[in-house]
Design a protein around this ligand. Structure first.
Ligand code: ATP
Ligand code: MG
Length: 255
C-alpha cells in the first residue's frame, strides 16, 4: 500500500496551520474534523494547539487538558510575585518541563491547550509561551494545527508568527467577511485560505484573486447534535457529510 503521509523534507518549512475567523463560525468543529483527516491521511504526528482560552478543541476531540500554558504562566507569575528569586529561577529553568507536562501525548498526535490566565499582568503572557512552545516542539512533529481564538488578536500579536498558512472560516455573514478582510490585510494574502461553513447552496463568495477558497462545509444536523451532546467529533461516522467535505478540503491544502 502506498504511504500517502507527507513528511516534509529537510529545509522545507513544516506546515503550521492556524484556523481563524469570527466568533461562532465553526472554527473548532472544522479544526477537529481537519485534524482527524490530517492525522489519518496526510500529516502525522500532528501537534494540535487549542489556542482558545475557553478550550473548544480539547473537548471537541474528546480530550481533557491536565494542564495548560496559562497554568504554567500563572505558576511563573506566582513565583515572581513571591519575591523568592531562587524559586523563580528554579521555575524558569524548568519551563520546558512544565510545558511538556501540559502536553497530552498520543502516538499520532499531541495536544497543547493554552487555557485562560487567572493572574493579571503582562509578565510572560501565555501567548508568548505558546510561540516558544511551538518553536521547541515543532521538531518532533510533521506539522502543527492551531484552533485560534475568535477575532484577530492572536494574529495581531503575532502568536502565529511561525504560521505557514492561515485558514479563515467564514459563514457568509458580513461580519465574518469583515474578519477575513482584516486578516488578509494583516498577513500577506498568499498565506490566507478560506473555508465556507454552513453557507446556503447557491451562496457565492467574492474573494480577492490571491485568496484560495478551499471548499465549503454543509450545515450538518448530526455534527450539531454531537456537539450539543458533548460527544467527540472524532466519533462522527466516516460517511458524515461534513466530514466528507472536510476530507476534500484537507486534500486541497498545500504547504
Ligand atoms: N457545519 C455545521 N453544521 C451544523 N452545526 C455546525 C456546523 N459547524 C459548526 N456548527 C455548530 O455551530 C456552533 C459553533 O461552532 P464552533 O464552536 O465550531 O464555532 P467557533 O468558531 O469555534 O466558535 P468560537 O468562536 O466560540 O470558538 C457549534 O454548536 C457547532 O456544533
Ligand atoms: Mg472555537
Amino acid at each position: 500500500m502506498v504511504d500517502k503521509q507527507v513528511r516534509p523534507g529537510n529545509g522545507m518549512p513544516k506546515p503550521v496551520l492556524a484556523v481563524c475567523g469570527k466568533g461562532g463560525v465553526g472554527k473548532t468543529a472544522f479544526s477537529a474534523l481537519l485534524a482527524r483527516i490530517l492525522i489519518a491521511e496526510r500529516l502525522k504526528p500532528l501537534l494540535l494547539v487549542d489556542a482558545d482560552p475557553v478550550g473548544g478543541l480539547t473537548s471537541a476531540i474528546g480530550e481533557t487538558a491536565v494542564s495548560t500554558l496559562a497554568a504554567v504562566r500563572d505558576r511563573l507569575v506566582g513565583q515572581a510575585m513571591s519575591g523568592d528569586k531562587s524559586a523563580l529561577a528554579d521555575a524558569a529553568s524548568q519551563l520546558d518541563f512544565y510545558v511538556m507536562n501540559a502536553l497530552v501525548e498520543h502516538p499520532d498526535f499531541s495536544l497543547l491547550a493554552m487555557g485562560h490566565n487567572r493572574e493579571k499582568g503582562c509578565f510572560c503572557p501565555a501567548n508568548q509561551l505558546l510561540k516558544n512552545a511551538v518553536d521547541t516542539l515543532i521538531s518532533s512533529f510533521a506539522g502543527v494545527l492551531i484552533d485560534a481564538e475568535a477575532g484577530i488578536e492572536q494574529i495581531n500579536r503575532d502568536v502565529t508568527g511561525r504560521v505557514t498558512g492561515i485558514i479563515v472560516v467564514v459563514d457568509g455573514s458580513q461580519r465574518s467577511m469583515n474578519t477575513l478582510e482584516m486578516i488578509v490585510r494583516m498577513r500577506s494574502s498568499s498565506h490566507v485560505r478560506v473555508v465556507a461553513n454552513r453557507v446556503p447552496k447557491n451562496f457565492t463568495l467574492s474573494l480577492a484573486p490571491s485568496v484560495v477558497h478551499l471548499g465549503s462545509i454543509p450545515e450538518n444536523e448530526e455534527l450539531r447534535q454531537f456537539d450539543r451532546d458533548g460527544r467527540s467529533l472524532w466519533q462522527l461516522p466516516a460517511d458524515n457529510e461534513a466530514l466528507t467535505a472536510v476530507r476534500e478540503i484537507a486534500w486541497r491544502l498545500t504547504w
